[in-house]
Write a protein that binds this ligand. Structure first.
Ligand code: NAD
Length: 481
């Protein structure tokens, strides 16, 4: 299997760059190759997007009405639903995620497009009161060409939420998938062409981040950048954007706390808390990777969490176990190294999950690990691991819970488990992060709920109507009459 870029509704590759091998994380074998994007490829994709929009929104995509865009997006959502199994299988093979997670990703992708399809024709401006003799209105216009840099952990979902919102707002998109997980997004671009998107509305250029990604973010023809990935890369992207005054949204990493008070419904909390760290083998930006438990229930709850961890099974994606392999050798070595260092520093492993006997030795399988009594300052309690590793520590009262919860560089999500209504509200207001979930975590992934971070977790919001606004520019028009 050899894949080129998908630009202006055609498979294209410029230049002679060495292709990038596609590795199967379940056994380390080579599945095929993708094109290593050159500067010419990036230029071609941006030019295709610019022509689709047109200089004055008069191109084949730019001139479509909101209703026409909406109908195309609905058709795309239906096509994704129809091919959900094919797309999930492609994603599972490429990323190592379980078929269960990959199926859920395909469903979420369709849902993002449905949601944003329904929003296309509700994106209106306002009439503003002003001095006598004036009529002042605001209109929301697309930025023009938007660049979407996507990581490997949830390619289809992240495509759904950023590209879906951007297309709905009327932008033309250039997508740069992660070099480790490009297959599903190439297929989606082809699918968009099949359902009738005009050439150039959606383009996918594959390649390395420091090449194709960097050329795209520096390109003067890109009017907005939506970046999802690591905090370190996010800084590079923000610097590139700042050099040419290009607006950017950053969806970065996290070290999100799950805070369990003495009065919590522990039976309800337990499976949700465990799932929040093992879902997608912990390779989730919003993973609940720190467990803060009030002293009164610490021992009891930790025993229950440990039992759940011991039952977790990691193995080949096709077996439908709790977790598949990690995405690549680099991530695998990284997670293993972090766990080994914490153990060497004397941090206590309370429980480990199981490795299925069919997990190939050459695959990137990491069993779940639960650490207890972790010092708050230790790097394993401060840095994102991006693997199935949960660090737990006790706290005395609300004040300490807030201090610990807010005490990392990150601020993406927090979960709070308590039956006390006033405390729920106090905690929600004092936590420094973009989303707070009370007695749940993630609210089922809600497409409608704005998502994003503060501090090193980034800025700007994705999902919900808020994301749609971010993909527009507000123009004020004052008419003297
Ligand atoms: P990464 O930053 O290494 O790569 C992300 C993307 O950026 C890839 O497509 C990569 O090719 C590209 N890239 C790399 N260098 C670049 C450069 N100089 N210029 C432009 N693009 C460049 O991240 P990753 O390892 O693929 O993903 C894991 C990270 O993503 C984790 O930190 C995770 O928390 C984060 N993430 C965040 C969210 C969120 O919504 N907040 C969602 C998913 C993942």
């Amino acid at each position: 299997m050899k894949k080129q870029h998908y630009i202006a509704n055609a498979w294209i590759s410029h230049g002679q760059g060495e292709p990038i091998p596609v590795t199967d994380p379940s056994d380390g074998s080579i599945l095929g190759e993708i094109a290593r994007g050159t500067q010419e490829d990036v230029n071609a994709a941006v030019e295709a997007a610019r022509s689709a929009i047109g200089d004055t929104f008069d191109g084949p995509w730019g001139r479509l009405s909101a209703l026409e865009r909406s109908r195309l997006m609905h058709r795309f959502a239906a096509a994704v639903t129809e091919r959900a199994e094919e797309l999930a299988a492609l994603e599972a093979k490429d990323t190592g995620k379980s078929m269960k997670t990959a199926r859920a990703d395909a469903v979420a992708l369709a849902r993002y497009f449905e949601y944003y399809a329904g929003a296309c024709d509700k994106l209106h401006g306002e009439t503003l009161p002003y001095e006598q003799g004036y009529m002042v209105v605001t209109v929301r216009e697309p930025h023009g060409v938007t660049a979407h840099i996507i990581p490997w952990n949830y390619p289809m979902q992240i495509f759904g939420r950023t590209v879906g919102a951007s297309l709905a707002a009327g932008n033309a998109c250039v997508v740069k998938p992660a070099e480790d997980a490009s297959l599903s997004l190439l297929r989606l671009a082809e699918l968009a062409a099949e359902v009738g998107f005009p050439a150039g509305a959606l383009n996918v250029v594959t390649g390395f981040g420091h090449e194709a990604g960097a050329w795209l973010t520096a390109h003067s023809g890109v009017d907005h950048i939506s970046f999802t990935g690591s905090t370190v890369t996010g800084r590079l992207v923000a610097e590139a954007a700042a050099k040419r005054h290009c607006p950017v949204t950053l969806e970065l990493g996290g070290k999100s706390p799950q805070i369990v008070f003495d009065d919590a419904d522990l039976d309800t909390a337990l499976p949700v808390i465990v799932n929040a760290i093992v879902q997608n083998a912990g390779q989730t930006c919003s993973a609940g990777s720190r467990l803060l438990v009030q002293r009164g229930v610490y021992e009891k709850f930790m025993e229950a969490v440990a039992d759940s961890f011991r039952a977790l099974r990691t193995g080949p994606p096709a077996l439908g176990l709790d977790m598949g392999p990690l995405v690549n050798r680099k991530q695998f070595d990284l997670v293993k190294g972090i766990v080994a260092r914490a153990e060497a520093d004397g941090i206590q492993v309370m429980a480990r999950g199981q490795l299925h006997p069919d997990a190939a030795a050459a695959g990137f399988y990491q069993a779940a690990v639960l650490f207890r009594d972790v010092p708050h300052e230790h790097s394993i309690a401060q840095q994102e691991v991006f693997g199935p590793v949960l660090v737990a520590m006790p706290f005395a009262d609300e004040a300490e819970a807030i201090q610990l919860a807010n005490g990392t560089d990150y601020g993406l999500v927090a979960g709070v488990w308590t039956r006390d209504g006033a405390r729920q509200l106090r905690m929600a207001r004092k936590l420094r992060c973009g989303q707070v979930f009370i007695n749940n975590y993630g609210a089922g992934g809600g497409v409608e709920l704005p998502f994003g971070g503060v501090k090193a977790s980034g800025y700007g919001r994705e999902k919900g109507f808020e994301a749609l606004l971010g993909f527009t520019v507000l123009k004020t028009i004052a008419v003297k009459h």
